[in-house]
Structures are given as structure tokens and as C-alpha cells.
Design a binder for this molecule. Structure first.
Ligand code: FES
Length: 117
């Protein structure tokens, strides 16, 4: 990524049962970058422990990258990265695993579920 634009990514950190905290990362990016691009940049350049999910990347098929972007449910892979400050948080109504990762598996699809057959 070139350093044409900069965004302060305000990222929810912590695991289930821990006190929530936010960490800020200055992310250089180009016009047209996605929120997922910024998260990948953070993990590759600033903090390899940042937890988030993605799979299909912009095909909008897997839905694994779904998070809150500035308080609204969005796909990180298709959400345009604005300049200024962008806050990313885990889905509010799903069980938190760690950082931006929540348990998104529908109850009927869980192994061991009586409904899973
Ligand atoms: S990574 Fe698959 S929908 Fe975003």
C-alpha cells in the first residue's frame, strides 16, 4: 500500500470475559481500500495477534468478515475505508470469541447440536 491516505483504525480488543479496550492504529492506504485491507495491514505490520475473520474477500459470499464499522453492521471486505477515524467492533448480538471474531455459526449447524442432522 502506498501512503497517500491515512486512517486511524480504532479497534476493539479483548476476549470473552475480559474487559473491553480499544487500540488505535495509523493505517496508510490508497483510495478505494476496504476496512478488511486495513485490518490485514495492521496484522502484517503492527500487531500479528489481531483476530478477525475473512475468507472469500469481496465476493460477498462467506459473510465471515461481518463486523460493526462505525456502529453499523457491515462486511469488512466491501466496506470502503474512510479517512479520519474508523471504529471497528465485533457484532454486538453474537457471542464474542476474541477481538473482532464472534461465534457466527447458526445453532443448527453446530457439531453436537440435536438440530444438526
Ligand atoms: S470475506 Fe467473505 S463476505 Fe467478506
Amino acid at each position: 500500500m502506498s501512503e497517500d491516505l491515512k486512517t486511524t483504525l480504532n479497534v476493539y480488543r479483548g476476549a470473552a470475559g475480559e474487559e473491553a479496550r480499544y487500540e488505535q492504529f495509523e493505517v496508510p492506504h490508497e483510495e478505494g481500500a476496504s476496512v478488511l485491507d486495513a485490518l490485514v495491514w495492521v496484522r502484517e505490520n503492527q500487531d500479528a495477534s489481531l483476530a478477525f475473520r475473512y475468507s472469500c474477500v469481496s465476493a460477498n459470499a462467506c459473510k465471515e468478515c461481518m463486523i460493526l464499522v462505525d456502529g453499523k453492521v457491515n462486511y469488512a471486505c466491501t466496506a470502503k475505508l474512510n479517512t479520519g477515524t474508523v471504529t471497528v467492533e465485533p457484532l454486538a448480538k453474537k457471542k464474542l470469541i476474541r477481538d473482532l471474531v464472534t461465534d457466527i455459526v447458526p445453532p443448527k449447524e453446530r457439531l453436537g447440536s440435536p438440530d444438526a442432522e
